[in-house]
Design a binder for this molecule. Structure first.
Ligand code: PA5
Length: 426
């Protein structure tokens, strides 16, 4: 199996028996919704992949720079997969890019300084903008779009600007949908029944990723092979639910031991928090579901957060992610053999050290009764990233059913948007 899951939460058979009916109910509900076609994100593949690949190829040949405007679910997924599979120095290395344009992410803030860093870097004479907003109304994307469209107009004029703007939005409604029709932009639809944070495997994530040269078919295949009948995402959700309800361990530390999955931590943080952090009514009272995700990364955080993880309150669970086979590894040569503090490194590889770091952190947490689990990927490629993303999406769906909330809405986010519209006089 390309993705392996193991756990050391230490729950007893009785603990599992106590939530057995909840677990079965959650499994039945998610699987029934899937079989009835009511669960948008499980309908793989979501879109006409040929259309996405063909548009991506057009953009790769027409433009030197691609600026991606998105926020939340319209940004974090493509950012995470791009970082998982491409180098952080992608934009600096034309040869490594292998025909892909440079890719700039923006729209996730209206901070003018952050925007200037993109605006000043992009070659506007040879750039296109991919604007992703499912609702087609969100202020961060729309304000950034207005600004960047003007850059294009100033650089290349009206006709070429129309060619250089690509929108990904709801296929039927929303301001961006209407603007797209008026201006005749090239466009792809986000399926109406897939929420932003579950949309990485729709056109919202797939178009930018295909532009960046990522094997999106491999990504989808990996996701599709993580079957809805696979019990591992359900087991993962059950453990988190047990930790939350029986031990008040409400903080969920997601800690990959590879830099390339660091952004997947931020993607997962949104998925888990926005799906599961809900106020709901129970026995006539308002109660709060509050499983709190933390995006961490090893070994970096061993020298920062792990002090807290080991000796702070026992209110957290720990998910490690490791990659077994790496694209490149370095074996250390002999050096300073007269110093024991360095000599012992001889012959060890950097990946071996990385894995030893993960194992030692795991052990030090287990020594003091902290619950840990491990997701192992055989290697880092589009297929395995697809497996990981879909594993976590399914786990989130099961967790939401166990808690008994609506996993797919985000009233707290929407309320913030409404208030901001009032402040800005919309
Ligand atoms: O998951 C969600 O629904 C949100 O995080 C949205 O993705 C985010 O608010 C951006 O919304 P939109 O794509 O509609 O502009």
């Amino acid at each position: 199996m390309p993705l392996h899951f193991s756990e050391q939460f230490g729950f007893s058979d009785q603990d599992f028996a106590d939530v057995q009916s909840k677990r079965e109910q959650a499994a039945a509900t998610v699987r029934e919704m899937n079989s009835k076609g009511e669960l948008g994100f499980t309908k793989l593949p979501y879109a006409n992949i040929d259309q996405i690949i063909s548009l991506a190829n057009e953009l790769r040949s027409e433009f030197a720079d691609v600026v991606l405007i998105g926020i939340g679910g319209s940004d974090l997924g493509s950012r995470a997969v791009h970082r998982a599979l491409n180098s952080p120095y992608f934009n600096l290395n034309e040869q490594r890019r292998n025909g892909s344009p440079r890719l700039f992410f923006t729209g996730d803030t209206t901070d003018p300084v952050a925007l200037s860093e993109v605006i000043e870097e992009v070659d506007w004479n040879h750039a296109c903008v991919i604007l992703v907003s499912k609702s087609g109304n969100t202020v961060e994307q729309m304000s950034t779009f207005v600004l960047l469209r003007q850059r294009l107009l100033d650089a290349v004029g009206d006709n070429q600007t129309k060619r250089a703007i690509i929108t990904i939005t709801d296929g039927e409604k929303g301001t961006l949908h209407d603007v797209t029709i008026q201006e005749g932009y090239r466009t792809l639809a986000v399926p109406g029944d897939v929420g932003g944070r579950f949309s990485v495997l729709t056109s919202a994530g797939l178009l930018p990723l295909a532009v960046a040269g990522i094997d999106i078919q491999g990504l989808l295949k990996g996701a599709a092979d993580m079957s809805i009948d696979d019990d591992r995402p359900l087991a993962y959700a059950t453990l988190q639910y047990l930790a939350y309800t029986k031990r008040e361990q409400r903080i969920h530390v997601f800690m990959p031991y590879t830099y390339s999955l660091r952004e997947v931590g931020f993607w997962f943080r949104q998925l888990w928090a926005e799906s599961l952090g809900k106020a709901y009514a129970k026995d006539g009272q308002e109660v709060h579901s509050s499983p709190t995700p933390i995006a961490s990364v090893g070994p970096t955080d061993q020298h920062s957060q792990v002090q807290l993880y080991r000796e702070g309150l026992n209110d957290k669970t720990y998910t490690f992610v490791v990659v077994k086979e790496v694209r490149v590894d370095y074996t250390l040569p002999e050096a300073f053999s007269n110093f024991e503090g360095v000599a012992y490194l001889k012959g060890h590889s950097m990946n071996e050290i990385l894995h030893a770091e993960q194992r030692s952190t795991d052990q030090s947490l287990k020594e003091v009764g902290r619950p840990t689990c491990l997701i192992e990927l055989d290697r880092m490629d589009a297929y395995h990233v697809g497996q990981l993303l879909f594993f976590l999406e399914l786990a989130t769906a099961y967790a939401g059913e166990m808690v008994g909330i609506n996993t797919y809405d985000q009233p707290g986010v929407e309320r913030g948007k409404e208030l901001m519209y009032q402040i800005l006089g919309r």
